[in-house]
Design a protein around this ligand. Structure first.
Ligand SMILES: O=C[C@H](O)COP(=O)(O)O
Length: 258
């Protein structure tokens, strides 16, 4: 049995203003109990404009909910209009940051080199990156998903030392399953998540590979979470649409237990 604590992260994407953020985190905190937090680390990833409100709420009410951001600048400071630096996120006590989400790769043309710089920027500021990888439909149809994901992983981890790599979280999100209701089967998730772990063992060591949490993301809901989470190399979920409703997110966090 793995010692890795499952991680269930809710990526709010561009949803919820700071007032709605407070309401959603309060609802979530009210619904969760100590048993839930023993079973999984619960993370929310709100938009930048919500982070200060979430920080104040989590601190003030001593909540066990952990939070982070959806992106980080590759730069530390300067004339980069619209960007948010790692040190700004660290000041807001962000524990995690998404890096290389497929929507960033698609709409903002982020490539593996930029993703690699962002991974390093996160670690430089004491923030754990949740590195997103995943193939599009054409790649899946060609049966090239493992090769594709491993190439993204290699690119993102270039020159990242083992003592940092062992803390990273990798989220396997097949692009064809994001927001489509088309969830990958537990076997599809296991195939790629186990390949990611094997590559981490090659790049670093079996210890690093054994420490890293590998998540699945893409149309995860309360009813399909238990099957996916039962797989050996799946250590949690990166949830989009279903994390916007507290009760559905709680179901995922409990993956099968009531
Ligand atoms: O970051 C989360 C993913 O993109 C999954 O989104 P989804 O659960 O709406 O498919």
């Amino acid at each position: 049995m793995s010692q890795r604590l499952p991680l269930i992260a809710g990526n709010w994407k561009m949803n919820n203003n700071h007032l709605e953020a407070i309401a959603l985190v309060q609802k979530l905190a009210f619904a969760l109990n100590d048993k839930d937090y023993d079973k999984a680390e619960v993370v929310v990833l709100p938009p930048f404009t919500d982070l200060r409100s979430v920080q104040t709420l989590v601190d003030g009410d001593k909540l066990k909910i952990v939070y982070g951001a959806q992106d980080i600048s590759a730069h530390e400071k300067g004339a980069y209009t619209g960007e948010i630096s790692g040190s700004m996120l660290a000041k807001l006590d962000c524990s995690y940051v998404l890096v290389g989400h497929s929507e960033r790769r698609e709409y903002h043309r982020e490539d593996d080199a930029l993703v690699n710089t962002k991974v390093k920027a996160a670690f430089a500021n004491g923030i754990v990156p949740i590195l997103c990888v995943g193939e599009g439909l054409e790649v899946r149809k060609a049966g090239q998903q493992v090769e594709h994901v491993l190439a993204q992983l290699d690119g993102a981890l270039k020159e990242v030392p083992a003592e940092q790599a062992e803390r990273i979280v990798v989220a396997y999100e097949p692009v064809w399953a994001i927001g489509t209701g088309e969830v990958a089967t537990p076997e599809d998730a296991q195939e790629v998540c186990s390949a990611v772990r094997a590559r981490l063992a090659e790049l670093y060591s079996p210890e690093v590979a054994g420490a890293v949490r590998v998540l699945y993301g893409g149309s995860v809901k309360g009813d399909n979470a238990p099957g996916i989470m039962a797989k050996d190399d799946v250590d949690g979920a990166l949830v989009g649409g279903a994390c916007l409703k507290a009760d559905e997110f709680v179901k995922i966090i409990r993956f099968g237990d009531n």
